[in-house]
Write a protein that binds this ligand. Structure first.
Ligand code: ATP
Ligand code: MG
Length: 363
């Protein structure tokens, strides 16, 4: 039985002149991510990328899990390929999906015929494949509205593909199709989600992390590295710059009004991140700021923090609720690590009553 992974393109399929650049980038990314799992033949036809294992040592199941994380792919399915011959299709469908069908009570068949030379129409294929399945599994009932298993049959140029309902892919645009930004990565819940969201739109990222060693521990830094690795499982490898902010924090604490320390420290973070961004070809900064979440995220505070830099700041989470952010953090797998209780450089010298409406003149 020959299995094949089908990767369906989302909004990328709608691109005009740039489409081939996007597709070439996606092809490169897929090759790269599957590199360690064996030998695969990867090709594109009819707005779909096909992935086949070239030998029995190549792990198609692991490849399937990997491609679900690749941006630019809207949906995926793992299919079996047969000849474009109705008898073969009707024979194969109940065999390939036996496990799923055995354990379900209801199913439906959806056929799609993009090869119009195939002699049967989609409705007829659906009906007849459904009948073949019912002959084999007497306990099943057809339910066209809410089936437990959807059997899909796609008649395409190179063969007939049988699979269960498509699974969602990572969506977005292929990595590296939108320029590079410097991500300010803390050990919290928000910034890894912000990274994932911008990477999803095709941005390359390079991370900047501030610590206050020895007030913050090496374990706190490892936690940030772990978060970066999870982001890298979607985005691919990236560089992280680690900066010790302690000398600046100490000067601020000694010389400035207590209620302004947080905001002043944040302004230094922005300045340093901007310098790192410029030196490394990043066009903007990315932060996980979220309006109203903490004292340093009032509109006034965000305005005076942003005012120290001359590059745009992308804040993909600014208008979201915490619950929405947490849902994404769980989905992408950063939540568990983010909530580990290690100190952060911002918490080292937190004032009792931080100013929520700082003015630029005063600062
Ligand atoms: P997060 O959950 O991302 O830590 P937060 O809700 O704790 O965010 P702040 O501590 O005000 O909010 O940080 C706002 C943003 O500033 C963060 O999302 C991140 O982009 C950046 N930032 C905060 N601390 C650091 C740090 N130690 N290193 C790098 N960037 C940081
Ligand atoms: Mg934080």
């Amino acid at each position: 039985m020959k299995q094949i992974i089908m990767c369906y393109l989302g909004e990328m399929a709608l691109k005009g002149l740039n489409k081939s650049t996007f597709e070439a980038q996606l092809m490169k990314t897929i090759r790269n991510r599957l590199k360690n799992l064996g030998q695969f033949k990867i090709y594109k036809a009819q707005s779909t990328f096909y992935i086949e294992a070239e030998d029995e040592y190549s792990d198609i199941d692991a490849a399937f899990e990997k491609v679900k994380k690749i941006f630019g792919i809207a949906a995926v399915s793992k299919a079996v390929v047969t000849e474009k011959n109705f008898d073969k299709i009707a024979e194969m469908a109940p065999i390939y999906l036996e496990d799923a069908l055995k354990n379900a009570r209801t199913f439906k068949v959806t056929a799609k015929r993009s090869d119009k030379s195939f002699p049967m129409g989609s409705l007829e294929i659906s009906r007849e494949v459904g009948a073949a399945i019912l002959r084999k599994f007497h306990h099943l009932k057809v339910d066209v509205h809410n089936p437990q298993v959807t059997v899909m049959v796609e008649i395409r140029d190179f063969g007939a593909y049988i699979h269960e309902a498509k699974q969602p892919g990572a969506g977005g645009m292929p990595v590296s199709t939108s320029g590079k930004g410097a991500l300010m990565l803390s050990g919290g819940i928000d910034s890894p989600v912000a990274a994932w969201m911008m990477a999803k739109r095709g941005m390359l990222i390079e991370a900047v992390h501030f610590h206050s060693y020895p007030y913050t521990s090496p374990r706190a830094q490892e936690k940030v590295e772990d978060l970066a690795k999870i982001v890298a499982s979607y985005r691919g490898r990236f560089k992280m710059h680690c900066v010790n902010l302690l000398p600046i924090q100490e000067q601020i604490v000694q010389n400035c009004p207590e209620e302004e320390t947080t905001i002043l420290v944040r302004r230094f973070m922005m300045r340093i991140a901007e310098r790192i961004a410029r030196d490394n070809g990043c066009m903007m900064l990315i932060t996980g700021e979220n309006l109203g979440q903490v004292a340093s995220q009032t509109m006034q505070a965000m305005a005076v923090t942003g005012a120290v830099v001359d590059v745009p700041i992308f804040m993909p989470l600014v208008g979201m609720d915490k619950e929405e952010i947490v849902t994404i953090a769980r989905k992408i797998g950063t939540m568990q690590t983010a909530i580990l209780p290690y100190e952060d450089c911002c918490t080292v010298f937190t004032p009792k009553h931080p100013k929520t409406k700082p003015s630029l003149n005063q600062l």
